[in-house]
Design a protein around this ligand. Sequence first.
Ligand SMILES: [Zn+2]
Length: 102
Amino acid sequence: MGDNPVFKPIEFATDQPLVEDSIYLRHETGAMLDLSPFYLAHECPTCGNLEIFYPNRMTSARTGVMMKSTDTTHEFRDDELVKEFASLTAGASEEAADPPAG
Ligand SMILES: [Zn+2]
């Protein structure tokens, strides 16, 4: 982590299994909601700080996802998340094209 972290890490105890570098919402009941792949903690390739990134856009050839920092203009390309986002958006378009009856 660099000299100017954009957020302060905290420690807490949980009996739930957590994935490293994932961002979670922690409910007051202790339930943990994994926000990946919509938010990821990642060492920024531009400045070296640990930053929170979100998917900003697909590359023009749709072979990569450009992940953008929530606190800076820094971004990086992730080619491994393409299939995951493609499956998520495919599901969303199927739901939009086939609204529930009623
Ligand atoms: Zn950065």
